[in-house]
Ligand binder design. Sequence first.
Ligand code: FAD
Ligand code: SF4
Ligand code: SF4
Length: 478
Amino acid sequence: MAEKMLQFTKLPQATPDKRDVDTRKADFGEIYADFDAPQASAQASRCSQCGVPFCQVHCPLQNNIPDWLKLTAEGRMQEAYEVSSATNTFPEICGRICPQDRLCEGNCVIERDFESVTIGAIERTITDNAFDMGWVKPRMPRHERAQSIAIIGAGPGGLAAAEMLRAQGYQVHVYDRHDRVGGLMIYGIPGFKLEKHIVIRRWKLLEEQGVVFHLNAEIGGALPFSELRAQHDAVLIATGVYKPRDIAGPGSGLPGIVPALDFLITANRAGLGDDVAAFADGSLNAEGKDVVVIGGGDTAMDCVRTAIRQGAASVKCLYRRDKANMPGSMREVKNAEEEGIEFVWLSAPEAFLGDSHVTAVRATRMYLGLPDASGRQAVEPIEGGHFNLKADLVIKALGFDPEDLPALFGEAALTVTRWGTLKVDSRSFMTSLPGVFAAGDIVRGASLVVWAIKDGRDAAGQIHAHIQQTASSRIAAE
Ligand code: FAD
Ligand code: SF4
Ligand code: SF4
């Protein structure tokens, strides 16, 4: 092993430069910079090159982390890029937005006494540097195949599958109801976590590879699913989950109470330069408003931090559990706290006040009770613990459920689970319809970009196997 490694006892953990609060709140640019080459190399050299690398075990893509850390430590950046991109379709995106504290870095063995290797920051630096150096090229097929594949959804799941299948030579057609490629990476996740040009350069690379995008194409709308099936040799459904969970209670229908994704999509579109009426007329714009965001996940964190950047008068996050029990990434909670967001822990909404528009949220204090069957502590209201929070914009960030795809696609035979996600064979990724596969959030429920990439890549392998098998059976029968 190169002497360069195992530096963790001498060299402390360093994270990339982070913009100061006042500067970063003034725009939607990313808050973290890349490492420069010497920093990346030095931080990579802290890795102890474990025989059983728990970082890799806990990375959904099983990225070969120790190898690309070693190559980075040795300054062999092009080889590091090649190893890193062999298992990950979008390493620079995962390096930015994976919750590393729960995945690779949270399981790094040196974390216990010395703080983990900054795996995510090094991963993004390797690929950003590779783009700068011109090493990132489209994965062109060696030969063309006649068969064509339809992919519904241009999010990370659909795109990961598209890249793999096109590299095998298939004619790949990606359909999306939006006008841009990227799914939640372009319209959900804000620019301060993932700048849009990072997603757009991947879109352009896929086009160079020969993937054909059909945008503003809603399947189940003007374009029937059955037509798509008839036109292509296989179909992959990667449509994500978009039905927002709602809040009941008095006043919940008042104007000024909006779903999180409507707010975020509007903000992202406005940031991309689109002329969005709901942003211009102020209905989906937090400027000057007292904002209350309800929820404790990553979507809620993205909403509070977007609102503060839009110039909200005040931003509060209402969550019924405490900080320790929040589902959102602790890194994002810390960033939100630094940016001036006030967290109102152990509090749940009861009613929304106002005549023609919301003016306040009536909430009640909660306490954590005994664990339920899942081991999670139940939350109970504290009697008499009512209070009001002034609000002229309330954002509901309570999670998402799948749309009713069998109804939308007019395919009653498309089987779903009791949560409404698509039922697939766990090995083949095939749905109940022959030749129709599914991957990403529409199978898992709301999850992570890295899991969608993993599923998209695996499903692509299974689609390839299915098409080859169908072709050989046809030849045998002739
Ligand atoms: P999506 O990204 O949702 O893409 C699905 C695509 O299908 C969309 O483009 C949609 O327009 C299209 N589509 C849907 N229905 C149709 C139809 N009928 N016809 C045509 N097209 C259709 N994950 C992380 O790892 N890190 C984060 O920091 C993070 N932050 C998040 C923040 C927010 C606000 C949200 C909502 C999610 C976040 N996630 C994060 C989760 C992550 O974005 C998703 O898990 C991931 O994008 C799922 O990928 P997917 O390809 O399955 O679906
Ligand atoms: Fe860590 Fe995510 Fe990269 Fe895997 S893909 S190494 S979990 S940052
Ligand atoms: Fe290196 Fe940590 Fe992974 Fe071990 S667990 S190989 S120290 S990054």
